[in-house]
Design a protein around this ligand. Sequence first.
Ligand code: UDP
Ligand code: MG
Length: 316
Amino acid sequence: MNKKLVSLVIPCYNEEASLSALYGVLKELTEQHQQYEWEILLINDGSSDKTMELIHQLHQEDPRVSFIDLSRNFGKENALLAGFDYASGDCIIIMDADLQHPVSAIPKMLEKWEEGFDDVYGKRLSRGKESWIRRNCSLLFYKLLQKSARYDILPNVGDFRLLDRKCIDELKRLRESERYTKGMYAWIGFNKTYVEFETQPRIAGESHMSYRSLMHLAVDGITSFSVAPLKWAAYLGILVSILAFIFMTYTLIHTWLYGDPVAGYPTLMTTILFLSGVQLIALGVMGEYLGKIFIESKNRPVYVIKEAFTKKHSQK
Ligand code: UDP
Ligand code: MG
């Protein structure tokens, strides 16, 4: 009987310090699970350090290591799509290069897959070392996201998961360039289950996710999966109009009864400032969607490959 092929898809951006440790752990894993055939697909996302040289080296030493070298830094979400496109496994396991995702959870994921689940995601038991602000911002974001999308996008679930071939084939059809992959996993549906894991500290190097990029990801997450903010803007408009109407009636009656000795400068100012603020918010929300339409309408490829060597390439 043919062995099933498992592809490990790993995006790497300036990971020279983690790569050899990562490979060591993966090698051990594959040796312990020889009932599967393994492919280790490393995607170099335009690293500026020695990451690519190391990947070439690993590829030469071990034919199971394949790679895609992107022409510049396209971001993790785009690098992942390149991985989906070129991984040939019957199932794919997505993990980070920094070993924050413990390899020990992989056998458990494979077990669940054999039981018939199509999408086995890793669920963080704790969020690891994180600042108070970061943790709470993230919780708030998931609350907003769940309120606005019609399907469950789960909190505390990172990009550590196993996906069956049929999920990958569907994900490959979602080719928008402003990608929010975590929402896409929810969107495609299929049979989901989870295994729990404890987030490990980064083995080396530093996280590439600044507050700014997280903020960006959060806005993208919400606006690429729902148009609810447009509705919120409209509701806010209605609410403000009602309040303005009540206020107007009050002022009219008040003037009629007591006269108006001083022209109402403060009320005038506050009303104008408040209304301009509301208008700017609504405009900003609309702009965010307009920008998305602009970018998608150009229909550019999501990533550009400089050099690649994968199972798919060698089959061609
Ligand atoms: N990554 C990438 N391109 C980027 C940023 C990150 O391919 O532009 C990869 C990175 O090499 C790592 C994974 O995405 O394998 C997660 O990144 P990181 O550890 O910096 O994020 P965090 O774990 O702090 O969320
Ligand atoms: Mg990390």
